[in-house]
Design a protein around this ligand. Structure first.
Ligand code: SAM
Length: 279
């Protein structure tokens, strides 16, 4: 009973802290094996000149999505809003879901994975506080939509997906849409991607059980990572992790979210994500 009380006290204190250094397990980017990682799409024109332009198909639906689901909920970064208005989200979902592409929800993209809710994509993009030309690492390419939004903002994107058919499909789509500022990789994003590090920002779009140490190593001092952390199948905390100039981390809990689990290196028996509520 005494142990239970102490544990409860510890958990309460942990959640009450708005800023804390995360415990880091013993792992290192040195464990990345090049044979497990393959670049499927190269960024030939990193930065603003590498972003494509899009047609007007479903423009009104996008405008409504931005106004009702995103701006009304407080996202105000003009670069984010412009990207959400321009990128054809319907191109990133299966054809039978095109009519639901601009709904206020995540959608299935096959292989038990999801494209995140538009608001979450916009909120996480805004949280990174990006400037054109920044280099951003995304873990969890999925459909490629989040990478497409970041690329449309004029940053260089390096995105990693662990499920090969999804990685290939997203790379082909981003290439077809004309992105020259996105590098798409098949591999385990737990290790990050050392070859293009350090990064001005890191975004993780699958639920981790802890902040992967290689990602902290690959983040530039003074810069930001946004990552859902918590148990798969439950709600997780969307954390903003800032790396100080001295290399320490400060974290702030932004909101509760529900993401599919980060698999690969940190995979455990706990992989029971609720597919209906995944982001
Ligand atoms: N950002 C995606 C989009 O815009 O469509 C949505 C991401 S989906 C919620 C999470 C993705 O993370 C899935 O495609 C999943 O396969 C991928 N994933 C899970 N663990 C991973 C890992 N260790 N490395 C890379 N990708 C991973």
């Amino acid at each position: 009973m005494k142990d239970l009380l102490l544990l409860t006290l510890f958990v309460s204190i942990s959640f009450a802290c708005s800023s804390l250094a995360l415990a880091q397990p013993d792992a290192s980017s040195a464990r990345t094996s090049p044979t497990e990682t393959e670049v499927l799409l190269h960024a030939d024109a990193p930065g603003p000149e590498g972003r494509p332009t899009f047609g007007a198909a479903r423009e009104e639906e996008r405008e409504r999505m931005v106004e009702r689901q995103i701006a009304r909920r407080g996202v105000s970064d003009e670069a984010v809003l412009a990207a959400m208005r321009s990128v054809p989200r319907h191109a990133f979902v299966p054809p039978d879901l095109h009519d639901r592409a601009y709904a206020d929800s995540p959608l299935p993209i096959g292989h038990g994975q999801t494209i995140s809710q538009p608001f979450i994509v916009a909120f996480m993009s805004e949280t990174l506080q990006l400037a054109p030309g920044d280099r951003v690492l995304e873990i969890g390419t999925g459909s490629g939509y989040q990478a497409a939004i970041l690329g449309a903002m004029g940053v260089e994107v390096v995105t990693i997906e662990i499920i090969r058919p999804l990685a290939e499909q997203a790379a082909a789509l981003l290439d077809k849409l004309g992105y020259d500022n996105i590098t798409a990789i098949h591999g385990d994003g737990y290790h990050g991607y050392q070859a293009l590090a350090p990064y001005d920002a890191i975004i993780v779009t699958a639920a981790a059980q802890h902040v992967p140490p290689p990602l902290i190593e690959q983040l530039k001092p003074g810069q930001r990572m946004v990552i859902p952390v918590g148990r798969a199948g439950w709600t997780q905390n969307l954390l903003l992790v800032t790396k100080t100039e001295e290399g320490q981390t400060r974290t702030r809990n932004l909101m509760s979210v529900t993401f599919v689990p980060l698999t690969g290196e940190q995979r455990t028996g706990d992989r029971t994500g609720d597919r209906n509520s995944e982001r």
